[in-house]
Design a protein around this ligand. Structure first.
Ligand code: GLU
Length: 462
């Protein structure tokens, strides 16, 4: 792609640059058929880049944007394992090592039946920019499997993790590629994966995975970091508008790790989380979600949110099949999965008086819904900025591992707060600089892009 050096009077960049980016996206769709999630994630970023490429044409030289859209390496492998009855199953494993211009590939593993190459590539692509925004020297990657941990025994999950790592171990390493958790991969799975890595390699290489237990190389606050970070980002967005998070009513979707610690931080900061959900329905609790009960059901019993409603008493109602976006509230934190909040949901939220939406999950708000929110003047924090707290604390875990060190909770929590404030500010300032004030999407995409593109340019045609 070539672009001309012209003025940026037009905040969306020159027409010529926009046309070049649009044909680049057409080509990406042609070369990557049947990958709708990847097309969507790439489109959102490419759409933002016209102003920066018009102002800094050197960042488009040597097919830099095309190279950025092509993973450095994609690994797809067979994962055979046996269930408790001795039956054999075959799943597919993935690791997409997308970009290592800023550091080792870094990003989670997702175990969910919906996982395919399109999903892993969208997540890996997002991760490049998210990780760049943290400023902590990490490249972008993602992986996972179509394995469904739901309803499996611990022994089955362990055998699956061991089979998965038996192939994955040859591709990762603390200076190469450092996986962590995502949907379906938490502390239990990271433990089994780490154990198998250690057994195969005979190396105590704690920095090869993050999200480990705190007794064996894990960082304080890593479990909480994504949810905590998202609430801190939301608080910054509100502060910028002269508003306070305290006293606000909040909608949280999902009931996994991100959702649980989103609720916890909302309550610590004086807001009230009204809802949580799972794939079957949602709970609305007018007294605010009882965190101890939620943790007991989700983290200990691995149960459903319907169990929460049953045990909570009169303040909670379970709504089967519905969506939390039906409930009027001041702020919304989608924390379940991609494309969970569509244009109709966004209109419902706006009618309910929502002030801000901040993404705990990756790409939970559809592009049409983003448009609805922006037109209504709702503050909108995209996941690659708002949920970067998880991977940021992963990078802090890597630092601790390199120094064989263990930092206090307080230290990690302070560093997380600083990282989230810095990400907020760089997004804000970048959006202003490129003529789209208040637009965190373009701010995040351009700021992340500039860091990666500058590094790629300096490192030559690789
Ligand atoms: N899966 C998380 C994310 O989407 C965390 C990745 C990590 O800690 O490496 O950012």
């Amino acid at each position: 792609m070539s672009t001309a050096a012209t003025s940026t009077q037009d905040p969306r960049g020159t027409q010529q640059t926009r046309d070049a980016l649009a044909s680049l996206h057409d080509e990406l769709v042609r070369r990557n058929p049947a990958q709708p999630e990847f097309h969507q994630a790439a489109h959102e970023v490419l759409e933002s880049l016209a102003p920066v490429l018009a102002a800094r044409p050197e960042l488009a030289e040597a097919a830099l944007v095309e190279r950025l859209c092509e993973p450095e390496r994609q690994i797809v492998f067979r994962v055979p394992w046996q269930d408790d009855k001795g039956r054999t199953h075959v799943n597919r494993g993935y690791r997409v090592e997308f970009n290592s211009a800023l550091g080792p590939y870094k990003g989670g593993l997702r175990f969910h039946p919906s996982v395919n190459l399109s999903v892993v590539k969208f997540l890996g692509f997002e991760q490049i920019f998210k990780n760049a925004l943290t400023g902590l020297g990490i490249g972008g990657g993602k992986g996972g499997s179509d394995f469904d941990p739901h309803g499996k025994s611990d022994a089955e999950v362990m055998r699956f993790c061991q089979a998965f790592m038996t192939e994955l171990h040859r591709h990762i390493g603390d200076h190469t590629d450092v996986p962590a958790g995502d949907i379906g991969v938490g502390g239990r799975e990271i433990g089994y994966l780490f154990g198998q890595y250690r057994r195969i390699t005979n190396r105590w290489e704690t920095g090869v995975l993050t999200g480990k237990g705190t007794g064996w190389g894990g960082s304080a606050i890593r479990t909480e970091a994504t949810g905590y970070g998202n609430v801190l980002f939301l608080a910054e967005m509100l502060r910028k508008r002269g508003e306070d998070l305290a006293g606000r009513q909040a909608l949280v979707s999902g009931s996994g790790n991100v959702a649980i610690y989103t609720v916890e931080k909302l309550h610590q900061l004086g807001a009230v989380a009204l809802t949580v959900s799972d794939s079957r329905g949602y709970v609305v609790d007018e007294k605010g979600i009882d965190l101890d009960l939620l943790k007991q059901i989700k983290e200990v019993e691995r149960g459903r949110v319907s169990d929460y409603a049953e045990r909570r008493g009169a303040s909670a109602t379970y709504v089967p099949g519905g969506s939390v976006w039906e409930v009027p509230a001041d702020v919304a934190l989608p924390s379940a999965t991609q494309n969970e909040l569509n244009a109709a949901d966004a209109e419902t939220l706006v009618r309910g008086g929502v002030r801000a939406v901040s993404e705990g999950a990756n790409m939970p708000v559809t592009p049409e819904a983003v448009r609805v929110l922006k037109e209504a003047g709702v503050a909108y924090g995209p996941g690659k900025a708002a949920n970067a707290g998880g991977v940021a604390v992963s990078a802090l875990e890597m630092r601790q591992n390199s120094g064989r060190d263990t930092w206090s909770r307080e230290r990690v929590e302070n560093e997380l707060a600083t990282v989230m404030r810095d990400i907020h500010d760089v997004c804000w300032e970048t959006a202003e600089r490129y003529g789209t004030p208040g637009d965190y999407v373009s701010g995040a995409n351009i700021a992340g892009f500039e860091r990666v593109a500058e590094a790629m340019r300096a490192q030559g045609l690789i």
